[in-house]
Design a binder for this molecule. Structure first.
Ligand code: C2E
Ligand code: MG
Ligand code: MG
Length: 788
């Protein structure tokens, strides 16, 4: 367990060390530390080298001095022996014994001399080279002739070989009165003696007297007196570096080359400086430790602000905006200042982006995204006993306002409405979904609260005039209402249901509202399914054209037929265009369908009498897409129908988008000789202005006016106004939806030129159209019918 704990600690420590090494602070610290170590090592190395050099030169000097001391000792010893010898050599008795050849006396004299002089050997060398020595002195151990030769050459002391031992010898003259011989004393120069001499030296030297030929090979060529550095090999000399000086010693016999080798181990020489080196190393280590500490502190102090910046940047990456503390006035402080400024500007930009992301630029109200999120949250937190209301509102005929009064007025109206809504519903969240669609979220209404009266109240508040850009416009708003949890349990569905209710309200008319009902959703589903089936309908030949006569009372004849599309759905039977045309327009299928209608209507009309025209309804969508003009040209060319017999019916909504482009297309169609009729006239805002914008051939008065003709005097006035204006502009007028004779009479009285409606005939299949034509072109029959 303990091992495991140690291993865990060790690995954690190693990890920290690795992290530190890879960090900027670690790298800076390590770099400074490495630099310090190099500088310290160089300094210590140079200082040590200098110390060694100094120690070595001092040691050389000491060795030379030691050598001199050694040699002085030798010559002092030599003198001592010589003086002792001279005392005996001058002794009368000794000289008498020497002269008489009394070897017994001589021997005992020499023996006592050797003892007194602490000499190993005392002997006499005759002028013939013969040697007389004390008994047992081993005269054969000394080469008398060579000693004599040296003495004759002037030597009186030096190294002499006694037996195999190198000894220090000194000679005293035996004069009677002339030189008769030499008294020689010798003391061995063994290691013991040499060590004693060496001890007298100021430095611990190792002395050795040997013959030159016995020197170690590396010392053989040494110039006498020169100090040499050498590394001892441990055999001929002690191991380790040492200084060696070899000096020649005087010899007391010829043929002998004695030398003194003094060794001085450098370790001993350097010993005196050891403490100095130790002090140097200690100071270096302390300096290094301080350097490392300082390097770490300096790196830390430089990098701390950077680390703070790095931490702040990392937290910014996580989405947390952190500012850094600004310390001092250096470059790092400037960097921190700039960083803080950057954080401020990012926050500001984020605020603006978030606002733009969640708000509508025109009204500054929350947008659909915001509304949806808020609604989801509200639904999520909804208490059991509460209800949430979602209202989606739409300005009626806003496109007409835009189109007739200009986009600036349209924008002003939207802004005005956007500002008005929060005042009318102060406790609601108000949003603009886009275009002229707005939404309200009224949350946490108590279950007991009467939602219907709540909504009714709100609807009443909506009935007001607004003054926009100097103009007073009656506010006309429709809206749909969905309630949570009754209609849906999630935000997206609630909005969808409120929008369905709105479109239902729109279909009901203007300035109205509708609560969501399940059937609305069913209708939406039905529309989606129809759209799928519609794609197949054209290919499967499920379309058919019915024709409704356009009757001229003045000429008492049918002047043409309006082609009205019918869809025979394989399962659902006959489906009215009012239901499927909007779906076709929404899905874009209307273009292909319309092209089929144009071709089919032309080919049928080509079979009719030349004075019977055909009218074809053209969707506004066809004006947004290319191909309408080529399609008309091709249909006329294929069927051979005269262009003047083709009438294209358009509605005012065709002008909503691209007014100029629409007029241009209409002009080109007119250029082909085709007639243009304005259908459903009077349902738009500015119908009269449209009449001025293009010279229509015919104006079809909408059936809503015809329906109210008997009951509503204003409807009759409108019809009168339209017929008068159209007449003035040279346009033919036609009344749609004429069902009874009263309407017929009233319309004729108001100057209407053409009649269309069930009174004449319902739309009929093509085969019946010819029969209807025959029936209504017979004057008497017509009179009878209209009278009846
Ligand atoms: P619309 O062009 O205004 O056609 C007249 C509509 O009034 C027809 O409805 C016709 O059946 C109906 N109608 C005629 N006389 C009377 C009457 O006396 N009383 C009543 N209550 N209604 C009468 P339908 O056929 O259902 O067509 C509805 C609309 O669908 C048309 O209105 C037209 O806008 C559109 N539509 C029909 N066929 C086509 C087509 O081929 N292409 C396009 N783009 N739209 C078409
Ligand atoms: Mg029509
Ligand atoms: Mg119409």
């Amino acid at each position: 367990m303990a091992d495991r704990a140690i291993m865990i600690r060790l690995s954690a420590w190693l990890r920290r060390a690795r992290d530190y090494r890879s960090s900027l602070q670690g790298r800076v610290s390590l770099s400074i530390t490495s630099l310090l170590i190099i500088v310290m090592a160089l300094t210590v190395g140079v200082a040590d080298y200098g110390l060694r050099l100094y120690a070595s030169s001092v040691a050389e000097r000491d060795l030379i001095a030691g050598s001199k001391v050694f040699q002085r000792n030798l010559s002092a010893q030599e003198n001592e022996l010589r003086v002792a010898g001279e005392v005996v050599a001058r002794d009368f008795g000794f000289r008498a014994a020497f002269a008489s050849g009394d070897h017994g006396t001589l021997g005992s004299a020499l023996t006592s001399l050797a003892i007194r002089a602490h000499a190993q050997t005392a002997l006499v060398v005759g002028l013939d080279g013969r040697i007389t020595a004390s008994p047992g002195a081993g005269i054969q151990a000394i080469d008398g002739r060579h000693v004599l030769a040296a003495l004759n050459n002037g030597a009186d002391g030096g190294v002499i070989m006694v037996g195999k031992t190198l000894s220090l010898g000194a000679a005293a003259r035996i004069e009677m009165p002339d030189l008769a011989g030499w008294l020689v004393l010798a003391r061995p120069l063994d290691q013991h003696v040499l060590s004693q001499y060496a001890r007298l030296s100021a430095i611990p030297v190792d002395a050795q007297v040997s013959l030159a030929g016995d020197l170690a090979p590396d010392l053989a060529g040494t110039v006498p007196g020169q100090v040499r550095h050498r590394t001892g090999d441990g055999t001929s000399a002690p191991s380790g570096a040492e200084l060696v000086q070899v000096t020649q010693l005087p010899a007391l016999q010829t043929g002998l080359l004695p030398v003194l080798a003094l060794r001085y181990p450098l370790s001993s020489a350097a010993h005196a400086y050891q403490s100095m080196r130790l002090a140097l190393a200690s100071i270096s280590l302390i300096a290094l430790a301080m350097g490392v500490f300082m390097a770490s502190r300096i790196a830390g102090s430089i990098l701390l602000p950077l680390n703070r910046l790095a931490a702040a940047t990392a937290s910014m990456a996580r989405g947390e905006m952190t500012r850094v503390e600004i310390r001092g006035r250096d470059e790092l402080a400037t960097l921190a200042q700039s960083y803080n400024a950057m954080v401020d500007s990012i926050e500001e930009r984020e605020r603006r982006i978030t606002h733009a992301w969640l708000h509508d630029g025109l009204t500054n109200l929350p947008n659909r995204r915001f509304f949806q999120e808020k609604l989801d949250l509200t639904v999520g937190r909804q208490a059991r006993q509460s209800r949430i209301i979602v209202i989606v509102l739409d300005l009626d005929d806003f496109t007409l306002v835009n189109d007739t009064m200009g986009h600036d007025v349209g924008d002003a109206l939207l802004r005005h409405f956007g500002a008005l809504l929060p005042r009318l519903a102060p406790n609601a969240t108000v949003a603009r979904f886009g275009n002229d669609e707005f939404a309200l979220l009224i949350d946490y209404l108590d279950v007991d609260e009467d939602i219907a009266s709540h909504i009714e109240n709100f609807a009443r508040k909506m009935i007001t005039d607004v003054r926009v850009a100097g103009k007073t416009i009656p506010l006309s708003v429709s809206f749909g209402v969905a309630v949570c949890p009754d209609d849906a349990h999630d935000g997206a569905t609630l909005i969808k249901h409120a929008e369905l209710a709105l479109s239902r309200a729109k279909r009901d008319g203007k300035r109205t509202y509708h609560f969501f009902e399940a059937t609305l959703d069913e209708a939406a589903v039905r529309r989606r399914l129809l759209e799928i089936d519609l794609r197949e309908a054209l290919r499967n030949g499920e379309f058919e054209l019915h024709f409704q006569p356009l009757f001229s009372p003045s000429e008492c004849r049918i002047k043409g037929f309006e082609a009205l599309l019918r869809w025979h759905h394989p399962q659902r039977g006959l489906i009215n265009p009012a239901e499927f045309i909007p779906i076709a327009e929404h899905s874009g299928l209307i273009i292909a369908i319309s092209e089929w209608v144009i071709r089919e209507a032309c080919s049928q009309a080509a079979l009719w009498p030349d004075d019977v025209n055909v009218a074809v309804n053209i969707s506004p969508k066809h004006f947004d897409a290319p191909g309408l003009i080529p399609c008309v040209i091709s249909a006329l060319a294929h069927t051979g129908l005269s262009p003047s017999r083709l009438e294209l019916e358009i509605t005012e909504s065709v002008f909503i988008n691209e007014f100029a482009a629409t007029i241009d297309i209409l002009r080109q169609l007119r250029g082909l000789g085709v007639r243009i009729a304005l259908d459903d006239f009077g349902t738009g805002y500015s119908s009269l202005s449209y009449l001025r914008s293009f010279p229509f051939d015919k104006v079809k008065i909408d059936q809503s006016f015809v329906k109210d003709l008997a009951s509503d005097a204003s409807a009759r006035a409108i019809v009168r106004a339209i017929t008068a204006l159209a007449d003035a502009l040279g346009m033919e007028t036609l009344a749609e939806g004429v069902e009874d004779v009263e309407q017929y009479d009233a319309l004729i009285a108001e100057g209407c030129l053409m009649i269309q409606g069930y009174l004449i005939s319902r739309p009929v299949p093509v085969l019946q159209a010819i029969a209807v034509l025959a029936r209504w072109n017979d004057h008497d029959t017509v009179q009878a019918r209209l009278a009846g």
